[in-house]
Design a protein around this ligand. Structure first.
Ligand code: ADP
Ligand code: MG
Length: 243
């Protein structure tokens, strides 16, 4: 698959936040308070923390869905706060995103849901015909390409979402509570899939509440509390200390 051409620099950290603050309007305390975080190419990072601690805001800032109030945000060497409004869709093509609620197009089949992500960036039809089956077999759904999302299990729907996130070959995959709606067995399957994707070179950041998974997988764990990173462990489990 041809990599989408972009201005990013492969030698830079994939994520580099410097003293990032995010203050939503009409709120008292900041959602992010001087957050600094560096993620190198090929890392797998869990972000954990109580509800309201700023995890989704962190993801929104990386996607430029929100603009940091202060501090600097770099993704693949690109200064995210400086991207002009009209260039934001193009910037987002270099990031794959997966959400808790799948966000598939309900009236389109599996193939179309994935192909759509390629059409919006004007991938040639011949490429799409090769790329979609290839990414669907990566997530184990090659046989179900004609199914509508409503005929798939939650785990299968999330696999489609992962395929869609990956089809444009992003360097970074962001997942916001990707297993929040899934049963334990399916949760493990999705986590193993994310690990496999990481093993093949994609940098992966996963927001989760799942202690068992975080403890078992022994990856880097960033813990947030009230907009602050209170712990950043290279390799470890869910913090049980009373932060
Ligand atoms: P988490 O994902 O860890 O649950 P969020 O990033 O969603 O946390 O929220 C962090 C804080 O920012 C919370 O106090 C939340 O209420 C607030 N917040 C999130 N989004 C908005 C918004 N659009 N407007 C105002 N406040 C928001
Ligand atoms: Mg959240």
């Amino acid at each position: 698959m041809a990599r989408v051409r972009d201005n990013s620099n492969p030698d830079q950290p994939v994520i580099n936040l410097e003293n990032v603050c995010m203050q939503y309007e009409r709120t008292e305390s900041p959602a992010l308070d001087k957050v600094s975080l560096r993620v190198e190419p090929g890392e797998f990072v869990f972000v954990v923390g109580d509800s309201g601690s700023g995890k989704s805001t962190l993801i929104k800032i990386l996607l430029r869905e929100e603009k940091a109030t202060s501090g600097r945000v770099f993704v693949n060497g690109i200064n995210v706060s400086k991207i002009r409004h009209g260039k934001i869709p193009r910037y987002r093509r270099n990031i794959g995103v997966v959400f808790q609620d799948f966000r598939l197009l309900k009236d389109r089949n599996v193939y179309e849901n994935v192909a759509f992500a390629q059409r919006v960036i004007s991938t040639p039809a011949g490429q799409i015909k090769k790329n979609v089956p290839s990414v669907l077999s990566l997530v184990g759904l090659a046989q179900k390409y004609k199914s509508k999302p409503s005929n798939l299990s939650g785990g299968e729907q999330q696999r489609v979402a992962v395929a869609r996130a990956l089809v444009n070959k992003p360097r970074l995959l962001l997942c916001d509570e990707p297993t929040g709606n899934l049963d334990p067995k399916t949760t493990w399957e999705i986590m193993y899939l994310l690990e496999e994707i990481n093993n093949s070179g994609t940098t992966v950041l996963v927001v989760t509440h799942n202690r068992e998974i975080v403890n078992a997988m022994q990856k880097r764990v960033v813990t947030m509390k009230k907009g602050v990173i209170v712990s950043d462990q290279r390799k470890g489990g869910y913090l049980d200390e009373d932060y």
